[in-house]
Design a binder for this molecule. Structure first.
Ligand SMILES: Nc1ncnc2c1ncn2[C@@H]1O[C@H](COP(=O)(O)OP(=O)(O)O)[C@@H](O)[C@H]1O
Ligand SMILES: [Mg+2]
Length: 430
């Protein structure tokens, strides 16, 4: 520990030095008899404790003390005042100005030892505290950095969960679109063929009767018979019978594709990711079941009991994501049972008080009790690697609870299926 003693009397400095030399914790003693040089000495040496005479020429110990205490660098340095003053006022002033302690002159070795012991301990603990604060500050910085990285990672995970969900659905959606497109295309080919036959027939009729003057009835009858047998040969009656059906069929196929494309809009507006608006719940459910149809249709039947007058003030993309997650989870759970009968997923919604409650009930394997609290945790999955990210329900929880002020619960009786319950407050918008 480095100590600086300031006194205008060389004699006092010599005495202080002698006494201080025998204190083991003190490694270096600096002496100064000119109070105007104290600042420079302090600034140039890493002084731990300062002993300061009160009465000195040019600048007094009290003035120096006051100056030092006003600077953050020295505001906690132990400063011990050295005084022969028998004056209570000065002691009081010393402490008011932030002196750590005082030593009476002439210096008594026992008193000096005792006062310095306290000062050294205090300096040590303040040093410890400082380094602790430094460490804490550093850790705090590190934590902030980690937190920023985590936020970034969370964002990209949520994005990748979205992508996984979309990726999983993309194949199914392609299939759903392909089906109606398939029969639209084949109907189109048939129509083309029929059209050609109709053209052939019309051209034939045109050739036979255009600008013709029939000499007599017999000639007319012959012509009519030719047209008649052409009509039969080209199976025109069959074409006429089928046309209506083909058009109805094709039009329903086109409608189906249009519906699916409309439903894809649930996921298609990422630029308005946080915007909320009024959405008819039943429409949303229809769109979601259409998108998930291919994932679900071989394992479960979907029953919807949702009144058409329930309107949700929500972000359609986010809620769509939640509903898709729940439905796909239910379908995957039922599929995992490898059962022979077809499963059931029921979607029921009701207004209750100030809330809208939506139940997703499946008759799958249910969730074992030990997992029920874990399923909302990020990365919890019971599925094979590559099958599940374990993020679906945690992302859904965030959407329902944090982004829509709702609640998200699950009830399950293992062996009998699981019920996911989404409760959302009714929000009245102007
Ligand atoms: N309807 C359900 N029936 C049974 N278990 C379910 C159901 N829904 C979710 N789970 C369980 O919750 C876990 C977490 O689901 P989720 O967060 O969507 O992640 P992932 O589907 O990627 O595993 C699933 O792995 C599964 O064990
Ligand atoms: Mg999932």
């Amino acid at each position: 520990m480095k100590i600086l003693v300031v006194d205008d009397s060389q004699l006092n400095l010599a005495i202080a030095k002698r006494y201080l030399e025998i204190i083991p914790d003190i490694t270096q003693i600096l002496l100064c008899n000119d109070p105007t040089k104290v600042r420079t000495i302090l600034d140039e040496n890493d002084i731990d404790i300062l002993i300061l005479d009160i009465i000195m020429p040019v600048i007094s110990g009290l003035e120096l003390l006051e100056q030092l205490r006003s600077e953050p660098e020295y505001d906690d340095m132990p400063i011990i005042m050295l005084t022969s003053l028998d004056d209570l006022e000065s002691y009081k002033k010393c402490f008011e100005l932030g002196a750590f302690d005082y030593i009476n002159k002439p210096i008594n070795v026992i008193e000096l030892n005792a006062r310095l012991k306290v000062a050294i301990e205090s300096k040590n603990s303040s040093n410890n505290l400082k380094s602790l604060i430094e460490v804490t500050k550093k850790q705090n910085e590190e934590l902030k950095e980690i937190n920023a990285k985590l936020t970034e990672a969370k964002f990209s995970l949520v994005q990748s969960e979205k992508m996984a969900a979309i990726g999983q659905l993309a194949a199914g959606i392609a299939h759903e679109i392909n089906n109606p497109m398939g029969f639209v295309k084949s109907n189109f080919d048939i129509l083309h063929k029929y059209m050609n036959r109709l053209i052939e027939f019309l051209t034939f009729v045109h050739d036979k009767i255009n600008d013709k003057e029939f000499a007599d009835n017999t000639e007319l009858c012959q012509c009519a018979a030719l047209v008649g047998s052409k009509y039969l040969a080209l199976k025109i009656d069959l074409i006429l019978n089928e046309l209506d059906g083909i058009f109805t069929d094709t039009s329903s196929g086109i409608d189906r594709v249009t519906d699916i494309v409309q439903s894809l809009r649930v996921f298609a507006r990422s630029s308005k990711d946080d915007e909320k608006e009024n959405n008819v719940l039943l429409d949303l459910i229809h769109q979601v079941t259409l998108i998930t149809r291919n994932e679900v249709k071989y394992v479960a039947q979907v029953e919807i009991e949702v009144p058409d007058d329930i309107v949700l003030y929500c972000n359609r993309i986010q809620l769509g994501q939640v509903f898709v997650n729940i439905i796909i989870n239910a379908a995957q759970a039922i599929r995992s049972q490898k059962r022979s009968d077809i499963g059931l997923i029921k979607i029921i919604a009701r207004k209750e008080g100030q809330n809208i409650i939506i139940w997703f009930i499946d008759d799958g394997p249910g969730i074992p009790e030990e997992n029920i609290l874990k399923i909302f945790e990020p990365f919890f999955t019971t599925k094979e690697i590559g099958q599940g990210t374990g993020l679906g329900l945690s992302v859904s929880y965030d959407i329902i609870v944090n982004k829509h002020n709702g609640s998200f619960d699950v009830k399950s009786e293992p062996g009998k299926g699981a019920t996911f319950i989404v409760t959302l407050p009714i929000v009245t918008t102007m």
